[in-house]
Design a protein. Structure first.
Lengths: 134, 334
């Protein structure tokens, strides 16, 4: 990539920041050039962010409808997936899936719930009674 | 609280790990570019691990696993790395303060998600982000040189503690490291040669079809099977590849441009025209990866004139050219 071809597409995900890209000058030698984003990359990022937002919205609705426990809502809110939350909380993935059921969640001890509080960095009250952000 | 500010020369970098090493060494008087650090550590590779899922999508990487840049380049340069992990977060923060008060620069492994200075859309649960702490201000906030940012930043103590001790995949466990320069100067020439040879040898892949050229071809095959999947699933799969290649601190084209920059610098250092030609060839390969990313995203956007086969074919060209690059590098480093 030539340095004048380094994209300056002002990607939304960069939030005004610039990244460093290596590109060549007219003699084919490299130098660092700042980029405000590449539309192609930005599209892929936004697609991923949108997928997470959709998941979060679905869980928000399900939580309000009482069909899932707060764990199911906080998981996408804090950008976890089952594997990363399993590592962060110390539970197995199948346990987390169980804890997403309201009736099972209601019976969990505070000791177990605290593990989730630590992973999400929230209080026990917030875990039990989530304040849903719009 | 007493403010501490140790001397650092912050240089914006493409990638966190190579950037931290370059900044920490240069601040102490060495003179190494980020691409040189990246090249010397033989960090360039390709990995496609369909069995390991991140957010439901397969793991794809264009470099060696976290921490390998620090360990291999410091070994090559005879730099002593003193690293510590902690089971107790308070002890970890105390040790950081102590090292800072002794005038040291301290490298940390952290979780991106808990660093408040990151833009919202870039914050995700990734625990292997490197940065350098160089001091503390009157309010007790840490002064940080985060290599992927334009300028130095600050971070409140509580957030930094959380970022250091976040649990999860690749958990840092408070990892901090200091680097001490060698007393005798190291001759770079033989190190450049051996690191290029190592990179070239890895490029074919190991026995398993997940690494190097074999990994790329494996991914080509997988992309072809997306034809039978709903468009949305195929788009998510391709979007993930593009993110890993372009977004995650790679300097563009999955580190290929950074490696080409290393070859360019090495060629000048060794006064070697043949190596400069290989650098130019690597630049072309980087451009091919960018073309692949563009085609993949055009497919995601549902442009009728771009098919899955076009996307796969574009990636196959990358595999073919990298096979050629491998033989050129092996020939050169013989």
């Amino acid at each position: 990539m030539k340095k004048e071809q380094v994209p300056q597409d002002s990607c939304k995900s960069y939030d005004g920041h610039k990244k460093l890209i290596y590109a060549v000058d007219e003699n084919g030698h490299y130098q660092g050039v700042q980029s405000s984003g590449w539309e192609v990359e930005g599209f892929a990022t936004e697609m991923a962010v949108q997928a997470l937002d959709e998941q979060l919205n679905d869980m928000k609705k399900a939580l309000l409808a009482g069909t899932v426990s707060p764990i199911a809502y906080y998981l996408p809110l804090y950008r976890f997936d089952l594997m990363s939350l399993a590592h962060a909380s110390g539970f197995f993935q199948w346990q987390i899936k169980r804890h997403m059921k309201p009736e099972i969640f209601a019976k969990l001890s505070d000791k177990k719930l605290t593990k989730y509080c630590e992973a999400f960095n929230i209080s026990l009250e917030d875990l039990k009674q989530p304040v849903i952000k719009e | 609280m007493n403010a501490i500010e140790n001397k650092i020369s912050h240089q914006q970098s493409s990638h966190c790990e190579s950037g931290v090493v370059a900044n920490m060494l240069n601040s102490q008087g060495m003179n190494l570019s980020e691409p040189m650090v990246f090249g010397l550590s033989s960090a360039l590779t390709f990995v496609y691990l369909p069995i390991v899922k991140v957010g439901g999508l397969p793991l794809i990487a264009y470099r060696m696993p976290p921490k390998s840049i620090i360990s291999s380049v410091c070994k090559k340069l005879n730099v002593k790395v003193n690293s510590q992990k902690f089971s107790n977060p308070e002890a970890g923060m105390k040790a950081l303060d102590k090292a800072l008060s002794e005038g040291k620069l301290v490298g940390l492994q952290t979780s991106v998600y808990w660093l408040p200075y990151f833009p919202e859309d870039m914050r995700f649960q990734f625990n292997a982000h490197n940065l350098t702490v160089y001091g503390k201000n009157e309010q007790g906030d840490y002064l940080i040189s985060d290599p992927v940012f334009e300028d130095v930043v600050t971070c409140p103590a509580d957030d930094l503690k959380r970022a250091r001790f976040a649990k999860g995949v690749l958990a840092a466990k408070g990892l901090m490291y200091e680097m001490t320069l060698p007393t005798t100067e190291v001759d770079l020439a033989p190190q450049i040669k051996s690191s290029i040879k190592k990179t070239a040898k890895m490029m074919n892949g190991l026995l398993l079809p997940f690494f190097g050229n074999k990994g790329i071809r494996h991914l080509v095959k997988k992309i072809k099977t997306l034809k039978d999947k709903p468009h949305k699933d195929a788009a998510m799969f391709l979007g993930n590849i593009v993110r890993m290649q372009e977004e995650i601190g790679t300097g563009g084209a999955g580190f290929r441009f950074m490696f080409a920059s290393f070859l360019d610098e090495a060629a000048a250092f060794l006064n070697d025209d043949a190596l400069f030609e290989i650098s130019t060839f690597t630049t072309e390969i980087g451009d091919l990866w960018r073309e692949f990313a563009m085609k993949a995203v055009l497919f995601c956007k549902n442009r009728k004139n771009v098919t899955i086969d076009d996307v796969a074919a574009s990636l196959e060209v990358c595999a073919e050219q990298e096979a050629l690059l491998r033989s050129k590098l092996l020939q050169w480093s013989k």
